[in-house]
Write a protein that binds this ligand. Structure first.
Ligand SMILES: O=C(O)CCC(=O)C(=O)O
Length: 251
């Protein structure tokens, strides 16, 4: 008889996305939410817009996403990223030791939550071989109605799809509609504490949120220890990001 990890891995290998119910408790969810509030209070004046924080409005009073949280210590999300229940799951799916690449939070407000255009994470991460994943943990009830992520199932197997530079906040490279492959779109419904886990090559994106209901998630991104970052590709991406930021600031 195979253990439960076996079936999760089979499913993950074939579709590139799985749901893990109750990965963290409601107490953990509350602790993450409090922590994100504290993080914002502690660091607001020093966060680099476009790289560490994106706002949902031009007045910059409402946050849409936080990035590069792993560079900040002393928060509950640091502990959570090392919790064995989470790391063991990542390692089973990666079939390798897991190394944390980044911690992010997409905290879409209920009245002006921004879309995340379709993309593959490895267009940003540039790891070779492409053995990485994101554990996206819901902090609210998340579904189609409030802009939960849409995943193109099986798209992790088709290689890198052409990405186009974009000025969308938090998404400097996107896959245009015309370049999207055919495939079933999976739009999961999650309760707080549930997780959706996607492969770094899976094509995914999310719709704007005007539902009146917040849609917040904390993300832990891991790569297999045997992978390496292609520094040439990564430097090119960083330079493109700097150009995009200049253009966005000039708007
Ligand atoms: O939470 C979202 O809406 C987008 C998240 C995302 O793009 C990602 O996990 O790479």
């Amino acid at each position: 008889m195979q253990n439960s990890f076996y079936y999760k891995r089979e499913n993950f290998d074939s579709t590139g996305v799985i749901v893990e119910p109750k990965l963290i408790s409601i107490t953990d969810v509350d602790a993450v939410i409090n922590d994100l509030d504290r993080f914002l209070k502690d660091n607001k004046d020093n966060l680099e817009e476009g790289k560490e924080i994106n706002y949902a409005n031009s007045e910059k009073t409402v946050v849409n996403s936080f990035h590069r949280l792993e560079n900040y210590q002393g928060y509950f999300f640091n502990e959570l990223s090392k919790r064995s229940k989470i790391v063991d799951l990542a390692e089973e799916l990666l079939k390798d030791k897991a190394e944390l690449i980044s911690i992010q939070a997409f905290v879409k407000p209920g009245d002006m939550g921004l879309a995340a255009p379709y993309h593959q994470d490895n267009a940003y991460w540039c790891i070779e071989p492409d053995n990485g994943l994101t554990i996206w943990i819901a902090l609210d009830k998340c579904d189609k109605s409030n802009g939960m992520i849409k995943y193109v199932t099986g798209s992790h197997k088709i290689g890198v799809v052409e990405h186009t530079p974009s000025l969308a906040p938090g998404s400097s490279q996107i896959i245009e509609e015309k370049n999207l492959p055919d495939g079933e779109v999976f739009n999961p419904s999650l309760n707080p504490g549930d997780a959706a886990i996607h492969h770094t090559m899976n094509i995914h994106g999310s719709n704007p949120n005007n539902s009146g209901k917040q849609r917040r998630g904390i993300l832990f991104c891991y790569k297999g220890k045997k992978t390496q970052r292609n520094m040439e590709l990564f430097d090119r991406y960083q330079k493109n990001l700097d150009k995009v930021m200049e253009l966005r600031n000039a708007e």
